[in-house]
Design a protein around this ligand. Structure first.
Ligand code: ATR
Length: 266
């Protein structure tokens, strides 16, 4: 018989996370049983937490801001995907070994494909932001063999670094880094098939000034990783103008499902 699972999530802050709600429900609904707890862990306590997770035989845990990158060297092994993305969002324990995985990129693709039938291969995509979430999105897009991806960031050096890091991994996928300036983005927004916001703009109803939406062609899909509010000002504006939209919540739920599946295999 399967043992109940001891799971959790670490981050700082962690109070806002929906993951305990999602996973505790699945633990109950699937009959697997167990518990998923939130742990507020400041950076200085990360190493100690990882040691304790091994000792106390946690079956696994999720990792969120600010630990996704810094936890990599504390793992016994890291999946090919998490290594390429440079971030771990899921840890699985087998015996004394902790493996770092990344399910964010799969979560995005599952959310996209559950909503849209159009394949991403060959498409032009504009990604706003070059932080941790952007890395997972860029990986997902490259795996799908998009035709061109533009990474636009307020700090252009970060976009350049990200594109530079992905060039050797996916040399055949054309990529371009740009500052987050609409005058420079205009020609790409005009022809893009998909616009993805990975920045924190939209959180608590903050918005882009000026908005990129009026520069898009009507057929472009608009996607936002922010899920609080469920419909960000960017998505509301896009919907009003007739664009198909993809909110952030489905990605959150799919990445959780991929993590849950990994833990259930233990
Ligand atoms: P995450 O892991 O969620 O991606 P992150 O790594 O802190 O978080 O990245 C946050 C992203 O949001 C960055 O691309 C950041 O731009 P900078 O690199 O220039 O800081 C972007 N961001 C945050 N606030 C922003 C704002 N007001 N306008 C535009 N971009 C913003």
């Amino acid at each position: 018989m399967n043992q109940p699972l001891f799971l959790g999530i670490i981050g700082n802050p962690i109070g806002h996370s929906l993951s305990p709600l999602i996973h505790n429900r699945w633990l109950g609904k699937t009959g697997r049983g167990g518990i998923y707890l939130p742990f507020k862990i400041p950076p200085a306590r990360l190493k100690a937490f990882v040691r304790k997770a091994r000792r106390q035989k946690m079956d696994g845990f999720n990792v969120t801001i600010p630990h996704k990158e810094t936890i990599l060297p504390l793992m016994n092994s890291v999946s090919r995907e998490a290594k390429a993305i440079g971030a771990v969002n899921t840890v699985i324990r087998k015996g004394k070994n902790l493996t770092g995985e990344n399910t964010d990129w799969q979560g995005y693709l599952a959310a996209y494909h559950s909503r849209f039938k159009k394949p991403l291969a060959g498409k032009t995509v504009v990604v706003l932001g070059a932080g941790g979430s952007s890395r997972a999105i860029l990986y997902a897009l490259c795996r799908e063999k998009v035709g061109l991806v533009i990474v636009a960031n307020r700090t252009v050096a970060k976009a350049e670094k990200l594109v530079g890091a992905f060039n050797p991994l996916f040399p055949k996928i054309p990529k371009k880094a740009l500052p987050l300036k609409l005058s420079l983005l205009k020609p790409f927004l005009k022809r893009c098939d998909l616009l993805i916001n990975t920045t924190s703009v939209g959180l608590n109803a903050t918005r882009f000034h000026p908005s990129p939406i009026p520069l898009l062609s009507r057929k472009a899909i608009v996607s936002d990783l922010v899920y609080n509010p469920l419909l960000t000002p960017l998505l509301k504006e896009a919907r009003k103008r007739g664009h198909p939209i993809l909110p952030g919540l489905p990605m959150l739920i799919y990445q959780a499902a991929f993590s849950f599946r990994l833990w259930c295999k233990t």
